[in-house]
Ligand binder design. Structure first.
Ligand code: UD1
Length: 423
């Protein structure tokens, strides 16, 4: 168990470089098993989810070396197409190994994935897409036993929802399918385009990512070595900007892709923040005296990202007026708001809607991180609160933020992270 100790009230000042994207690197690491080659990934964030994925790769028989922000994966030999439950339950994106292993080995055996508790997170669309490509999948005792008796065959797959994970799984399996696969109503998130860029380097024929139709022509011409630099994390970018908006100050983020989080920038500017965006950097200035933005309504990309909803909500706790949040992607994504209320926030939730009535001040209090982005939202609120806050965290925030305490301290925040098991 870890504790984030925050003394609120400091303005955030300075500039920082944003880490590589968690949600981009994890599917790319799974994709590295598609072909027998060496993959060198750069700008890989130091995160628990990355460490778990390295353990999964090693368990499959790959040799993996990590040095600083680079990870080298040699997938020349796959010893087994099985992932133990102890690793599967650590993270949601472990399920992307399903498509990758079916493509490489023609079979896979793994259990249901874990990840943040945001309401029901089924994988029916993943399984539907893989079955359409010819996979036989039996579910027994929480385990998925998958095979491809007649080989994988290209197909037209119409996703009822533009699921990020299902699109990724279908893309990976389709790389080894005979003929053409067309994924319709595909997710359009930047991480999908990033996965396509990596697959093309692997010698796969994939096009259309970023639009609603992704086309894959099966077959590879994989080189011996592939190198890829991971894109910057758009949700970490949003987190730092929301923190500065709430606490006040002026920060610059370098090495970012502002167009990937333009909806967040728009809402922050409605709150009264000054935002200057210039190619790969974005600067935000806030006097900490915000006003409520127009309703924030989450949706699949290019809509407002669900992962940034808790961050934006935390930034609006002291904003003048009433801020409204509508969560359209996950059913149960307001659990963290109960913890924010311990700091004096006024939030009313009803189903998919949260209404925040701005308060003049927040005060420090003990709180608990309920999930990854909910934990980050608590940190934002604590930075904008008067007094001290201790956030008890069973490792949620560290799943997605690399050395977050150091990063925030470098911007002037008074924050420390201690491990209660430590000395
Ligand atoms: C990914 C991101 C997560 C982000 C989410 C939405 C990773 C590791 N995680 O999660 O941070 O919040 O996209 O941008 O990249 N659904 C089904 N059946 C399925 C799959 C999904 O009903 O088989 C539903 C989900 O319950 C949810 C919606 O579809 O309501 C969107 O989920 P999806 O896009 O699949 O999210 P993830 O890939 O799990």
């Amino acid at each position: 168990m870890s504790v984030w100790h925050i003394a609120g009230g400091n303005r955030l000042e300075g500039s920082t470089t944003v880490q590589g994207a968690k949600n981009a690197v994890l599917p790319i690491m799974a994709a590295s098993v598609l072909a027998p080659c060496e993959t060198e990934l750069l700008n890989v964030p130091m995160l628990r989810d990355v460490d778990t994925t390295i353990r999964i790769l090693r368990g499959l028989g790959c040799s993996v070396e990590r040095a600083g922000d680079s990870v080298n994966i040699d997938s020349g030999y796959i010893a087994r197409a099985e992932i133990p439950h102890s690793l599967m339950r650590e993270l949601r994106s472990s399920v992307i190994f399903l498509g990758a292993l079916l493509a490489r080995c023609g079979s896979a055996r793994l259990s249901m994935p874990g990840g943040c508790e945001l309401g029901p997170r089924p994988i029916d669309l993943h399984l539907m897409a893989l079955r359409a490509l010819g996979a036989r999948i039996e579910e027994s005792g929480g385990e998925l036993i998958c095979s491809t008796p007649g080989g994988l065959k290209g197909a037209a797959i119409a996703l009822p929802l533009p699921s990020v994970g299902a699109t990724e799984n279908a893309m990976l399996a389709a790389c080894a399918a005979e003929g053409e696969t067309v994924i319709m109503n595909a997710a359009r998130e930047p991480e999908i385009a990033e996965l396509q860029a990596f697959l093309v380097k692997l010698g796969a024929d994939v096009s259309g990512a970023g639009s609603a139709t992704v086309t894959v022509r099966g077959g590879f011409a994989a080189p011996e070595r592939v190198g890829h630099r991971i894109m910057p994390d758009r949700i970490v970018s949003a987190t730092l900007l929301a923190a500065c908006a709430a606490a006040g100050g002026e920060i610059e983020l370098r090495g970012v892709e502002p167009r990937h989080f333009s909806t967040v920038l728009h809402s922050l500017s409605e709150c009264g923040c000054d935002i200057m965006s210039n190619g790969a950097s974005v600067a935000l200035r806030s006097d900490g005296n915000l006003k409520a933005p127009m309703p924030v309504i989450t949706g699949p990309y290019p809509g407002f990202p669900t992962d940034a909803q808790p961050l934006m909500l935390a930034a609006c706790l002291k904003a003048r007026g009433t801020s409204v949040f509508v969560e359209n992607v996950f059913q149960n994504r307001f659990r963290f708001t109960e913890e924010l209320q311990r700091l004096g926030a006024r939030i009313h939730t009803e189903g998919r809607v949260a209404v925040v009535t701005g308060v003049a001040r927040l005060h420090g209090a003990p709180a608990v991180a309920t999930d990854l982005r909910g934990g980050a939202a608590l940190i934002i609120a604590a930075l904008a609160a008067e007094g001290e806050t201790d956030i008890l965290d069973s490792g949620h925030v560290e799943r997605g933020y690399e050395r977050f305490d150091e990063c925030l301290r470098s911007l002037g925040a008074d924050i420390t992270l201690t491990d209660t098991k430590g000395p």
